[in-house]
Design a protein around this ligand. Sequence first.
Ligand code: 5GP
Ligand code: SF4
Ligand code: MG
Length: 456
Amino acid sequence: CGVFGLYSPQPQDLAWLTYLGLFALQHRGQEAAGMCVSDGEKFHVDKDLGLVTQVFDERRLDGLRLPNARVSIGHVRYSTTGSNLRFNAQPLTTRTNKGILGLAHNGNFVNAREVRGEMLMEGALFQTTNDSEVMLNLIARESHMDLIEATAGAMQQLRGGYACVLMSRTQLIGFRDPHGVRPLVIGQREDGTWVLASEPCALYAVGARLVRDVQPGELVWMDRDGLHSLMVEPKRPTPCSFEWIYFARSDGELDGVDIHASRIRMGEQLAREKPVDADIVVPVPDSGIGAAIGYARESGIPFDYGLYKNPYAGRTFIAPTQEARELKVKMKLSPTSAVRGKRVILVDDSIVRGTTSRQIVNLLREAGATEVHFRVSSPPITHPCFYGIDTAARKELVASTHTVEEIRDLIGADTLAFISEPGLRKAIGGQGLCGACFTGEYPAGTPLLNDVDKLA
Ligand code: 5GP
Ligand code: SF4
Ligand code: MG
């Protein structure tokens, strides 16, 4: 998911700016979009299933226009639990004795089920099936306290990987779990407006500059007195390595590490670790481009444009059957003449189920590639993610049930090789990193055993 928030010291219409921020974060979630806007009195909410441009047509944006708004938040949703339902769209809102609150959340709480169970016993009511509502109810329940204290208390009770934005009628709040698994950055516009966003691209989209990342374990808030910060938990940084591998947009940096440059380093590392003699290096667009540039640079083998990607094809497409999934790949990708008669090194960021990879190898062979050497800029994904990235249940992860040689055979490549886990860490650099989907070591905990059907 992607989250976004604004606090403007001068009253102004914030609906359009929020729309622009969400549009920049569209790659983080294509299932639903929503926003809340307040001018201190009124509090407007609108959300629905669909892309940002589909949900917010002119009529619906008009409904969110408040000429004197000060606070807004927004969300783009990517469902990790498969419950693609309208009532699960965010922001979530609730009424408290401190007034109405809105919450937008990226990530997952690993103990949400237990906390929800305890709250149900105490008479709490829930309207959705998503764990964000547990966070919102925890905050609302303590709303006799100061909102910052209540939020800090909720952060201490919930574990997992998360980044959230929360708003009241007068404050914008942002917080990140102690491991900083999911990203959150702070920006500011020339007119003084504060911005919170999952990624820097959303800051630039609203004309703001990057101020800094929210620290792991930090709670920040913006109000008429400016930006404030509280370290709620000691930071133990292990941000998600998948943000650099695949998820984040390449035009930015997270926790001080530039996304595009890190992808190039992954490709260079991969070329050093897993060299092969061939004629051209071809990326699987768009997610394989950075690593393919690095692979070509390091190996000296020319980079070429061997796969055309239809720019109107989205990043994901819900395809229920195998036939529909195969057509989906054809809808998105087709080979160019560059591969004809060539030994091709095909570079992609990851192999999850292996189904797309098999079809792409096949496409290249049909187009006349004489050899296809598949290189992957992440290690084999053997474990599910419990922190908000949908890498599928364990039994669907091809690398959890197959050896590299078996996967090579399955996808029909001449050779197949993945970057090593230490090589990946070296390429990204920075401090700690979560690599639980490659190693099974979960830095921010796992759900209780009866909850981990995903692990089975
Ligand atoms: P596979 O061969 O496993 O079917 O597909 C691999 C492709 O899925 C890669 O090109 C990669 O960019 C993409 N991918 C990696 N992680 C994710 C994810 O979390 N969600 C979606 N929708 N695609 C992903
Ligand atoms: Fe990221 Fe993998 Fe960790 Fe999930 S398990 S947070 S995808 S590195
Ligand atoms: Mg891809």
